[in-house]
Design a protein around this ligand. Structure first.
Ligand SMILES: Cc1cc2nc3c(=O)[nH]c(=O)nc-3n(C[C@H](O)[C@H](O)[C@H](O)COP(=O)(O)O)c2cc1C
Length: 357
C-alpha cells in the first residue's frame, strides 16, 4: 500500500485542492495583542501550504467568543489586515486556506468577555473541568448564562460578519466550528442543551442554532461554496454527552444539505466503529474530510475506498511542515512535542525541519 490515493486533486465547492492532505485546525495560542494572528503565523501556515487545504486554528467570530489565552479573532479591521498577510503568504506558496470560526460558549470565563459577565451557553450548566485564563492560570468553569433570543441573534450574526471579513482577508473559505464541545456543539448535544424553547428538546430543535450559524456564514461569504462545517459525533472533550449520537449527527449533517456547502469535516478517529461519517456524508450530500489518528497508509486506504474525499492531519502536520512530501517519499516523520503545542514562541511552531534542510 502506498500513499498514492492521497495525491489526486479534488474540488470542494469553489475550493480546488491539489491533494487530499489537509492541515487540521490547530489552536496554537500565539496571537498578538488585539487577538491578531502574529507575523509568525504567516510563516507557520505557508510552511504547510503543500497540503491540499490549510484550515486555520479556531478563530473568534465575535469578541465574546474567546475561551483561551492568545487566540486570534476575525471581527476587527486590524484582524482582517493581519490575516491578509497570512493568506497572501499561503497563496504565494501555492496553497489554499480557510479560517475556522468559533464561539467557545461555556468553555470560557468572564475575564474573556467585554461585558465581564459569565459565559453564554444554551443552558446554565457548568462543564466539569478547568479553564485557562490569560497568563495560563487555571480556574474552575463558571456556570454559564442561558442565551436569550437576543443573545442568539447577536452571536449568530457574528458568523455572518466574520465570513464577510474572511473574504476581505483573502481566505478561500470559512469552516464553521460545530465540533469539540464549543457553542454550536453545545446546542446539538442533549447533555448540554436542556432548553424548552425552539432551540432545545427534539433534534429538529437542537440543530436550529447550527442551521442559523451556517446560514449566516453563507450570507457573509456570499454563497455556500466556500463554507465547510466541522462536527465531532464521538468526542467527549469539554464534558460533552449525547444520548443518541447517531441520530443527532445524522440530523445535523442532513440540516446542511440545503446550503450548497463546500465540505463536511468529521472528527471520527480512524477505526471508530460504528463509523458515522459515511451516513453523515450521505445525509449532507457533501464532500467528506475525516480526521483523527490517521497516517499515510490509513489515510490513503480510506480515500481509496471511495467514501472519504480527504484526510485532515493534526499533530503529524503540526510537526512535519512538508507532510505531503514525506508521505510521497515514505520518509520518516518528526515527532510532535506536546510541550510546545499551546503558547510560546517559534520553538515548536515554525522550527520543525523540512526534509533535507
Ligand atoms: C494542539 C492542538 C490544537 C487543536 N486545536 C483545534 C482547533 O482549534 N479546532 C478544532 O476543531 N480542533 C482542534 N484540535 C483537534 C485537531 O484538529 C484534531 O482533531 C486532532 O489533533 C486529532 O487529529 P490527529 O490525530 O491527526 O492529530 C486541536 C488538536 C491539537 C493537538
Amino acid at each position: 500500500m502506498t500513499a498514492d490515493a492521497l495525491f489526486s486533486p479534488v474540488k470542494f465547492g469553489s475550493i480546488e485542492l491539489k491533494n487530499r492532505i489537509v492541515l487540521a485546525p490547530l489552536t496554537r495560542n500565539r496571537a498578538a495583542p488585539g487577538n491578531l494572528p502574529s507575523t509568525l503565523a504567516a510563516t507557520y501556515y505557508s510552511q504547510r501550504a503543500s497540503g491540499g487545504l490549510v484550515i486555520t486554528e479556531a478563530t473568534q467570530a465575535t469578541e465574546d467568543g474567546q475561551g483561551y489565552p492568545d487566540t486570534p479573532g476575525l471581527y476587527s479591521d486590524a484582524q482582517v489586515a493581519a490575516w491578509k498577510v497570512v493568506t497572501d503568504a499561503v497563496h504565494a506558496a501555492g496553497g489554499k486556506i480557510v479560517v475556522q470560526l468559533w464561539h467557545t460558549g461555556r468553555i470560557s470565563h468572564s475575564v474573556f468577555r467585554p461585558d465581564g459577565l459569565p459565559p453564554l451557553a444554551p443552558s446554565a450548566i457548568a462543564p466539569a473541568g478547568a479553564v485557562y485564563l490569560p497568563g495560563w492560570q487555571k480556574a474552575d468553569f463558571e456556570t454559564p448564562r442561558e442565551m436569550s433570543q437576543a443573545d442568539i441573534d447577536r452571536v449568530v450574526d457574528g458568523w455572518r460578519a466574520a465570513a464577510a471579513n474572511a473574504r476581505r482577508a483573502g481566505f478561500d473559505g470559512v469552516e464553521v466550528h460545530a465540533a469539540n464541545g464549543y457553542l454550536i456543539d453545545q446546542f446539538l448535544r442533549d447533555g448540554s442543551n436542556k432548553r424548552t424553547d425552539g432551540y432545545g428538546g427534539p433534534i429538529e430543535n437542537r440543530v436550529r442554532f447550527l442551521k442559523e450559524a451556517v446560514a449566516a456564514a453563507v450570507a457573509g461569504w456570499g454563497s455556500g461554496d466556500g463554507v465547510g462545517v466541522r462536527l465531532s459525533p464521538h468526542n467527549p472533550y469539554n464534558d460533552m454527552k449525547d444520548s443518541d449520537p447517531a441520530t443527532t449527527f445524522t440530523a445535523a449533517a442532513a440540516a446542511l444539505k440545503p446550503f450548497g456547502l463546500a465540505y463536511l469535516h468529521v472528527l471520527e478517529p480512524v477505526g471508530t466503529s460504528p463509523a458515522l461519517a459515511p451516513a453523515m456524508k450521505a445525509a449532507s450530500g457533501l464532500p467528506l474530510i475525516v480526521n483523527g489518528g490517521y497516517g499515510a497508509e490509513t489515510g490513503a486506504a480510506a480515500v481509496a475506498a471511495g467514501t472519504i474525499d480527504a484526510i485532515a492531519y493534526g499533530t503529524l502536520f503540526l510537526a512535519n511542515p512538508d507532510l505531503p512530501a514525506r508521505f510521497a517519499a515514505g520518509a520518516p516523520l518528526n515527532t510532535p512535542n506536546p510541550k510546545t503545542f499551546y503558547g510560546g514562541t517559534e520553538v515548536g511552531y515554525t522550527d520543525y525541519p523540512a526534509l533535507a534542510s
